[in-house]
Write a protein that binds this ligand. Structure first.
Ligand SMILES: Cc1cn([C@H]2C[C@H](O)[C@@H](COP(=O)(O)OP(=O)(O)OP(=O)(O)O)O2)c(=O)[nH]c1=O
Length: 208
């Protein structure tokens, strides 16, 4: 495989890709995300796809306009998006602390679904393009949280950059009763599913 690019500013996604030992660069997508879908798994695939396509075309444009510096290479761009779905509501990142409290109240004492969509754009040096999209779903059951617990948790700041206003990998772990599915999917990148899908395409991205 040529160059692998993670189209993400998420430190969690970077850590998970590093954890599995592949070599990659980071180039976050900057564009405004546009949601046209309403079903959770379609929303995450759509947003992941927008991120991967934006970065893939940015890199190609750069290569084309700097031909004296870089030769076009085989390229794989990975984009991802995570949302929480609870009782028919889709929860992204909270707008503010009040919104975070609202989300956590909704999640308290019940089971919700975490969806991460992944889009992988493949471009070869001759300009041929392809794309795969898939998603992974994990059920997460939260213990009942009191208003005081929610208030104190939100005050830590941890929820503010996370879908559903919590980080399973952080302090919120004390409120998680059980999960059914891939833990890494909740953290933001289902690396096992990525491996599975690339294997289907006959692509080996591992260095070890
Ligand atoms: C539910 C949950 C989400 N999250 C995070 C994963 C994602 O980073 C974030 C959801 O926001 P996203 O919009 O999916 O991603 P992002 O803005 O952080 O990064 P980028 O678009 O550049 O790739 O929530 C956790 O870290 N822990 C959790 O338990």
């Amino acid at each position: 495989m040529g160059q692998i690019i993670l189209a993400s500013a998420s430190p969690r996604r970077k850590e998970l890709l590093e954890q599995i030992g592949i070599s990659f660069e980071i180039c976050p997508a900057k564009g405004e995300e546009r949601i046209t879908k309403s079903v959770p798994h379609e929303v995450v695939e759509e947003l992941a796809s927008q991120k991967a396509i934006e970065v893939a075309s940015m890199v190609r444009t750069y290569e084309e306009t700097h031909q004296e510096l870089v030769t076009p290479s085989d390229l794989m761009v990975i984009g991802a998006d995570t949302i929480v779905s609870c009782g028919g509501q889709i929860l992204g990142k909270p707008k503010d602390e009040r919104d975070a409290c609202r989300m956590l109240k909704l999640l308290s004492g019940g089971t919700h679904q975490v969806y991460t969509g992944v889009s992988i754009v493949l471009l070869d040096a001759s300009g041929k393009a392809g794309q795969v999209m898939f998603h992974e779903k994990t059920d997460v059951t939260m213990r009942a949280m009191s208003e005081e617990e929610i208030r104190r948790y939100v005050a830590t700041g941890e929820p503010m950059d996370k879908a559903g206003a919590y980080g399973i990998q952080g302090k919120c772990a004390i409120f998680v009763d059980k999960i059914d599915g891939d833990y890494n999917n909740v953290v933001g990148l289902p690396v096992a599913a990525i491996y599975r899908e690339l294997k289907k395409l006959g692509i080996d991205i591992y260095l070890w």
